[in-house]
Design a binder for this molecule. Structure first.
Ligand SMILES: [Zn+2]
Length: 195
């Protein structure tokens, strides 16, 4: 279940009020390791000597991202022990063509030809024209619209150039159609959005 924005605001206010009225106290406040086993980190105060040490060590470093400055990755400019050029080539060979999990029997060349054909272009513009250059899912109008095949291109050869099997979609709705798990990052389809 998700709280509405209104409910979330109310909860946040109630918690804030409880803190203000001292009804709610952070559980770790004023406690040390001896008081509560949940406290595992450093809870005391550093001595000036320790502070100076920490400070000197941090100088010139970007805290939080050790790779940004003042730190050289241990493997920089060193050859990878396993992923050598030879290894890469072998893996690439072992996983390409008919060995690839998504190999569909060498249809790419044929598809490329078909998809770039005049016939396909005509089909695509007929679909877009029929839908008045508007995404049929979110109502987006503009550039980069795609004529989507309702019944998949690969499985329904006879419907490849059937305008009734086409649907105008914007890029993000098209992406969502094919990869519902990826989604578009939108919670609600807006009237207009960039593609
Ligand atoms: Zn759309």
């Amino acid at each position: 279940m998700k709280h509405s924005a209104e409910t979330r605001r109310k909860i946040s206010e109630a918690v804030q009020r409880a803190y203000d009225e001292k009804r709610l106290v952070p559980w770790a406040k004023g406690k040390t390791k001896a008081d509560d086993p949940r406290i595992t980190g450093f809870t005391g105060k550093h001595t000036d000597k320790t502070k100076a040490k920490i400070s000197a060590n941090r100088k010139g470093k970007c805290i939080g991202n050790q790779n940004a400055t003042g730190h050289t990755p241990h493997n920089k400019n060193k050859p990878h022990p396993v992923h050598t050029a030879k290894w890469r080539k072998a893996v690439s060979k072992a996983n390409s063509g008919p060995n690839h999990w998504n190999w569909k029997g060498g249809i790419t060349a044929e598809n490329r030809l078909m998809r770039s054909s005049t016939k396909h272009k005509e089909w695509s513009s007929a679909v877009l024209r029929r839908d008045r250059w508007t995404c049929q899912k979110c109502g987006y109008k503009g550039r980069a619209l795609i004529a989507h095949h309702l019944k998949p291109w690969a499985k329904h050869r006879s419907l490849r150039f059937d305008v009734s099997n086409g649907q105008t979609l914007c890029r993000s709705c098209h992406c969502e159609t094919h990869n519902p798990r990826l989604g578009t990052g939108k919670s609600k389809p807006p009237k207009r959005h960039s593609v």
